[in-house]
Design a protein around this ligand. Structure first.
Ligand code: FMN
Length: 315
């Protein structure tokens, strides 16, 4: 079974992917956070930094496109193919209000005509393999059946299914029965996504759903940089490894964006990375609230020197 590191806007940046792939190899692929092409058909400097293939090495990275326009999607996919990408991923699952207000992401799951038009337009013309990342419906899990029937019409390279509706965001438990239905209904390769946080979760899933081609891990992998290694039988991250990973990324952010914005970016990651440590309640509050980079750096020092590792079973 393949194991992918999924896209997390603001967390799995190009710097994160590169450093993670070098220091904690094991993910078969990284999916990039979405880029959202506009009608002027030009990549922004920020997008180019994210998608330039050399910037992503040594990771195998797949770009993701968020769009409700087949024309904009196809322009973007062609540009990415010219850079050497052999697969692009269509996001029709993002439930965030800023995205759905524009009719993109999971909003397409409640706009059937727009969704059909988009998929018809993309699959009639695309010269690049297109995978799809989606949820099981807008408001009710029973919508999955109709959605899968629609997907059957297209040569989807791989369907990555987050087994919640858009309305559910991340609440409750994933409807894994919808994944069973997908396996029964669809012929394209399938990837399961949702609430697999540990190596044990992944092996339990594999036992329950034998023959599944791939799983995608996101929050669990951001919480535990060594997750892919552990899935492959290796050990937990040591304090030294976490420190080296942290310091390399922080240094890259600081040199790219300056001290203040470097700190802001690291805070996003610390929201997850603090799971590697225990007794972090006090330091977490100060770390997340402070706007002072010196105070933030002291918090980082405190975590690495005083907080016990949550899992003391390194390699
Ligand atoms: C902070 C954050 C940012 C995300 N950004 C994206 C994104 O850019 N594209 C996307 O398809 N999904 C995005 N997701 C959704 C994840 O890829 C994934 O589907 C979700 O976290 C569930 O998987 P998990 O239970 O393994 O975390 C994001 C999730 C989070 C928490």
């Amino acid at each position: 079974m393949n194991v992918y590191f999924g896209p997390m806007e603001g967390v799995t940046t190009v710097q994160f992917r590169r450093i993670h792939a070098a220091m904690f190899p094991g993910a078969d692929r990284y999916y990039m956070p979405f880029i959202s092409p506009t009608a002027d058909h030009r990549f922004t400097a920020r997008e180019l930094r994210e998608i330039t293939p050399e910037n992503n090495l040594p990771a195998r990275a797949v770009p993701q496109i968020l769009s409700k326009s087949a024309e904009d999607f196809l322009w973007c996919a062609a540009g990415l193919a010219d850079m050497g990408y052999d697969e692009v991923n269509l996001n029709i699952g993002c439930p965030s209000a800023t995205v759905t207000a524009k009719g993109k992401g999971s909003a397409l799951l409640r706009a059937w005509d727009s969704l059909e038009r988009l998929l018809d337009g993309i699959f009639a013309e695309t010269k690049t393999a297109v995978s799809v990342k989606t949820r099981i419906g807008w408001a009710d899990p029973s919508e999955a059946e109709r959605l899968f029937e629609l997907f059957l019409r297209y040569p989807i390279a791989e369907l990555i299914l987050h087994c919640r509706t858009a309305r559910e965001m991340y609440s409750g438990t994933p409807h894994t029965e919808a994944f069973v239905l997908a396996k029964e209904t669809l012929s394209c390769p399938l990837c399961y996504n949702g609430d697999l946080f540990t190596a044990e979760d992944v092996s339990a899933f594999e036992k329950d759903m034998p023959g599944t081609g791939a799983v995608m891990l996101c929050r669990g992998a951001a919480r535990d940089p060594a997750l892919f290694r552990r899935i492959r039988g290796g050990g937990a991250a040591s304090r030294e490894e976490l420190r080296a990973f942290h310091d390399t990324l922080y240094e890259d952010y600081r040199s790219a964006y300056g001290r203040l914005n470097g700190m802001r970016r690291m805070k996003e990651l610390w929201g997850y990375l603090l799971h590697c440590f225990e007794n972090t309640d006090d330091v977490r509050k100060t770390m997340m609230r402070t706007k002072d980079t010196d105070v933030f750096d002291e918090c980082v020092e405190r975590v690495f020197t005083h907080c016990p590792l949550a899992d003391e079973k390194p390699l």
